[in-house]
Every structure is written in structure tokens, then in C-alpha cells.
Design a protein around this ligand. Structure first.
Ligand SMILES: O=C(O)CCC(=O)C(=O)O
Length: 297
């Protein structure tokens, strides 16, 4: 059985799977430089919130989420016509990295149909000490439950699913800690119950959390998700608008491997994007929507 076939069997049974050694160290090195660059550029944003609005003029980000090794995984689960509608680093700094409370991703997305997959790439080692993902096997069979706001203690999503539901499922099925080495991937189903703890360790925990959809899925949230990026295959007429790929510009991203020829490839915008709302403002708006509990609207 190939790694992807094994992952598909695990995913079917448990709602998640691990695929080891997907992304090599040279690309991870660029990703780490990118995170450092974002932290220097947006010092006012917590690094758990390096959200997709920052992506729009950032050629490296698009290069990373359209890496064929990641897209192959998306294609295996969602078919040949594939887009990325969200991608964010959740980077928990040492000692005070915020937890992500129990939730189902699909409860934060307005997608029709919910033909989506979360692909989580470990940029750093991710362990129980520094706040790795935790999942409840089989909980992907649950319907989606509306999360409850939770703003009285630090947590990245400002919300959590009903605690009774988690307790019941954790007692029945147990909780699996997803420990990953840099370059490993975990994938999970939009209905799966999962969380991650605070990082109180001396080691950073950074992951790139990517949402892929089949292009037949319509993004219905208003004002939250920017136009998606087509990463493979074809769009479906009348469903979603796809953006040109951003041009490489030294002001907008790092000098990643391959940046010299990035602008020569098909699909790259012919001119720099017009200046509009700044990525910080869009990201702040997104964080406000999380705090209000309206991201799925
Ligand atoms: O990175 C984390 O700690 C949480 C990620 C998560 O909840 C997700 O991928 O859906």
C-alpha cells in the first residue's frame, strides 16, 4: 500500500491521517525565514494569527501552498480540480503560545458542499510539550456543532465546541496526540473534533494550516475569504473567482528559492496588485469576526 493509500484508509476510519516526510528541509528553511519575516513585518499580530489575508501579494506563500507534494495529497482526497481557500501559519511562540480549543473546522466555514480537507504541515517539530494537534478518532462522523464563544481566556479561535460532547467522545474513543517532525503532514476531516494545547515549553511550534477545496465547492462566507487560488486543474463555471498568482516583489515576500523566475510562469499577474485595504486591516477584521462568532456567515 502506498503512503497515500494508507492515509486514505486511516482517514476513512478515523477522520485523520499522518503522512511523513512530505516537505524537505530546504523548503522548510524558506518557510521558517518567511515566518520570521512576517513576525518582523507585523509585530502587532500574534503569530498564531498569520492568516490568509497576508497571502494575497505574497508569492512565497502561494508557492508553498501550491507545492506539488501538498497538492498531490489534496488531489488524492478531493479530486483533480483543486483550490486553496485559506492558509495560515499557526505559530505558537515559546512559553506563551495560545491553545486552540476543541472544534470542528467545518463549523467555521461556509462551503457548499463541504468538499474540503485540512492539510497541516509541521514547520517545526510538534510534540505534546509544545502544543501539537490532538484528535478524537471517529468523531468526523458527527454533524457540525455550532461553537460557543470563549473570550474569557486566551485561545486562538475565541470559541470552542460543547464540552459535554468532547467529554463523551474522548471517553468513548480516546484522544490521539499528533506528534510530527518538521516536513511531516497531518490531514483531517472538516467534521473531526480536534484541538491543541498552549505552548508553555521553551520551543516554538509552528505549523501551516491549509484548507483545500474541490473547485465544485462554493465559498459562501462574505468578506472573509479572499478569492481563492487555483492550485490544480480547472475552475467550475460560475463557482468562485480565482485570483491571478501574485507577482514576486521583494517588498511583499522573502527571496525564496526560485523567486528569480517566479514572475515568468503562466498565471502570474501582469502588474502588482492595486493598493487597497492593508493585509493587517483585513486580518484584524477576520480576528474580530472570530471574536463575534460570525466567521461562518
Ligand atoms: O495548529 C493548531 O494548533 C490548530 C490547527 C487546527 O485547529 C486545524 O488545523 O484545524
Amino acid at each position: 500500500m502506498s503512503d497515500l493509500e494508507q492515509a486514505a484508509a486511516d482517514y476513512e476510519e478515523h477522520g485523520f491521517a499522518i503522512i511523513r516526510n512530505v516537505i524537505p528541509e530546504d523548503l522548510l528553511k524558506d518557510a521558517r525565514s518567511h515566518v520570521e519575516w512576517l513576525a518582523a513585518k507585523y509585530p502587532e499580530l500574534r503569530p498564531e494569527h498569520f492568516h490568509h489575508p497576508l497571502i494575497r501579494n505574497d508569492a512565497f506563500w502561494v508557492r508553498l501552498i501550491s507545492d506539488p507534494r501538498l497538492v498531490d495529497i489534496g488531489e488524492h482526497f478531493l479530486g483533480p480540480d483543486l483550490a486553496c481557500f485559506t492558509a495560515h501559519y499557526i505559530c505558537k511562540p515559546p512559553y506563551d503560545g495560545q491553545p486552540v480549543l476543541w472544534h470542528q473546522d467545518g463549523a467555521y466555514w461556509k462551503l457548499a458542499p463541504m468538499n474540503a480537507l485540512t492539510v497541516w504541515l509541521a514547520i517545526d517539530e510538534s510534540t505534546t510539550e509544545n502544543g501539537c494537534l490532538r484528535m478524537i478518532p471517529g468523531s468526523h462522523k458527527l454533524p457540525l456543532h455550532k461553537p460557543n464563544l470563549c473570550t474569557d481566556r486566551p485561545n486562538m479561535l475565541f470559541s470552542e465546541v460543547d464540552g459535554g460532547l468532547v467529554l463523551e467522545w474522548a471517553e468513548a474513543r480516546g484522544i490521539v496526540d499528533i506528534e510530527l517532525n518538521p516536513g511531516d503532514i497531518s490531514i483531517h476531516h472538516p467534521h473531526l473534533l480536534h484541538c491543541s494545547e498552549a505552548n508553555t515549553s521553551p520551543r516554538r511550534r509552528c505549523g501551516l494550516d491549509i484548507g483545500y477545496i474541490a473547485t465544485s465547492t462554493r465559498i459562501e462566507s462574505r468578506g472573509l475569504y479572499l478569492d481563492p487560488v487555483l492550485v490544480r486543474g480547472k475552475p467550475v463555471d460560475g463557482i468562485n473567482n480565482y485570483r491571478d498568482l501574485p507577482r514576486y516583489s521583494p517588498a511583499e515576500t522573502i527571496a525564496f528559492a526560485g523567486h528569480e523566475t517566479w514572475n515568468d510562469q503562466p498565471g502570474v499577474a501582469l502588474a502588482d496588485a492595486p493598493v487597497g485595504e492593508t493585509p493587517e486591516v483585513t486580518t484584524e477584521r477576520m480576528i474580530e469576526r472570530l471574536k463575534e462568532g460570525t466567521v461562518a456567515h
